[in-house]
Write a protein that binds this ligand. Sequence first.
Ligand code: SIN
Length: 290
Amino acid sequence: MPFDVQTPHAFAHIRTRPIAGAVGAEIEGVDLAGDLGDDAIREIRQALVNHGVIFFRNQSLSPETLIAAGRRFGPLNVHPIYKPLPGHPEILPVVKEAGDAMNIGNSWHSDVSFLEKPSMGSLLYAVEVPPYGGDTIFACQRLAYLGLSPEMQRMLGGMRAVHSDRILSSAASKKKRNAGRSTILDERETPEVQTIHPVVRTHPESGAKHLYVNEAFTIAFEGMSEAESKPLLDYLYLHARTPEYTCRFRWEQGSVAFWDNRAVQHYALNDYQGFRREMWRVTVEGERPI
Ligand code: SIN
């Protein structure tokens, strides 16, 4: 059932505080490194479905406790392209060194949407943050769907789109992303992975319809050329990040964001040149979109 973020949910173990009208809530009363009971986990999961992305402040996590927290929500995915944290294949380090020009996640995307079963959600833990900048923006794809005209909704509802990992798997892109560092597993070109998903997906827990194309990984509509698809895809990408559909999260060391990749897209700002930012991400496996 579609939700309304302004309607408070009666939770027994957590408190939620929306940070924007569209999407996103801070969760209070939770120590993710602690021994969380099944009821608390159920409430956190419900809060995630209600708000699309939830945030926890002042957490103190080791690689082991982050992995354990992520596993409470499902099996964890090992990223096919990026190097893991040494000794912890489930953790993707999202690091920008002070001298780096590029960061990870600086285009609107839903994590690993090029996989047959893309991620259900991702937990990102802030290990080191810059003094300013480095925020992450999230956009609600339920509102993006609802903001389309009934005729556009009807048309898109019957369409599917091709998602590709080419911006990560091509040798040129890997070289550029590595830029003298070693964040990529293997700099050689790897075969492109392509998968077809519905353009409008139904959230398996809320039953709400969401727009499901993103500019990082979606390359065409099924049965159309990339050139034919581009005008409408470009329109949808712009529409999907309408400011009123978004929230913006200001990180502090110890913050955790847990976003629902079935419901939101996100974008990591690259506006902190000269400063280091280190985050650890675990990615919870999901289901095939329908
Ligand atoms: C990501 O896209 O997973 C990274 C987000 C961020 O670093 O804020």
